[in-house]
Design a protein around this ligand. Structure first.
Ligand code: B12
Length: 207
């Protein structure tokens, strides 16, 4: 079963075999979105499960993340939907103290593919950096990502700080622990649970 083989190569942290297998799967006609959701993301979910259960440790998770990114590189040109309609500038970043970058990067890529101008600040982004970048690039949206409950409150704090600084942008939140109800409580303008949802929401917000 090729899907299982690709997942295994990610869990093994094999940065050479993973892109090779993903390329073969693409050539066999499997849609990029299927590979993204059912294989690459599923493999990272399994890595997370194994991390929680003590079957995998942080260094192995890092290798798995690198293998997943090598697979993502192969499908990157195919997950950009190229549809018209993305307009506006989005500043994207992971909040201070959070180094998880895969989901945030995927969101940034898909926004770019949808026609948005994207300023990707990376991860571990300080409040002032979000604010300065939004000013400098005259952004329409600040999109923040976090994967940890410990750093999640920073999202609300960043929104309050940016509004207090007089920044006129919309705020979109995302990342595994984030929920619509947290976004509402933080007075964000929106939340999406995945990258395609992020694109649809931001199209609506700048529409
Ligand atoms: C890979 C990984 C790592 C790697 C990160 C490598 C990298 N370059 O990113 C490393 C090894 C560095 C790491 C470190 C740690 N990790 Co870690 N990690 C993961 C893991 C296994 C996978 C994350 C991932 O990449 N998923 C795949 C991507 C595609 O999914 P995603 O990020 O959720 O993104 C999607 C959506 O959420 C959404 N999205 C994401 N961002 C945004 C933004 C916007 C605006 C929108 C709209 C949408 C959106 O769209 C994305 C695409 O569909 C998760 C477990 C899991 N299943 O999530 C744990 C996990 C997130 N890590 C965890 C923890 C605790 C840590 C550590 C503290 C170590 C530890 N003690 O376990 C450190 C913290 C380091 C730090 N300060 O940041 C916990 C967090 C628990 C919690 N809820 O608070 C998790 C859940 C594991 C667990 N079960 O305990 N980790």
């Amino acid at each position: 079963m090729p899907f299982e083989e690709i997942k295994q190569s990610i869990l093994d942290g094999d940065v050479d075999l993973t892109p090779e297998l993903v390329r073969a799967e693409m050539e066999a006609g499997t849609p990029a979105a299927t590979i993204l959701n059912d294989v690459l993301t599923a493999a990272m979910d399994e890595a997370g499960r194994r991390l929680s259960s003590g079957e995998m440790f942080i260094p192995e998770i890092l290798f798995a993340a690198d293998a997943m990114k090598a697979g993502l590189d192969v499908i990157r040109p195919h997950i950009l939907d190229g549809e018209e309609g993305g307009k506006g500038t989005v500043v994207v970043g992971g909040v201070k103290g959070d180094f998880h970058d895969i989901g945030k990067t995927l969101v940034a890529w898909m926004l770019e593919g949808a026609g948005f101008k994207v300023v990707d600040l990376g991860v571990d982004v300080a409040t002032e950096t979000f604010i300065e970048a939004a000013r400098e690039h005259d952004a329409d949206i600040i999109a923040m990502s976090t994967l940890m409950v410990t750093t999640m409150p920073l999202m609300g704090a960043n929104i309050r700080a940016a509004r207090a600084a007089g920044i006129d942008v919309k705020f979109v939140l995302g990342g595994a622990p984030v929920t619509q109800s947290y976004a509402d409580k933080s007075e964000a303008d929106g939340y999406a649970s995945d990258a395609p949802g992020a694109v649809a929401l931001m199209r609506e917000l700048v529409g």
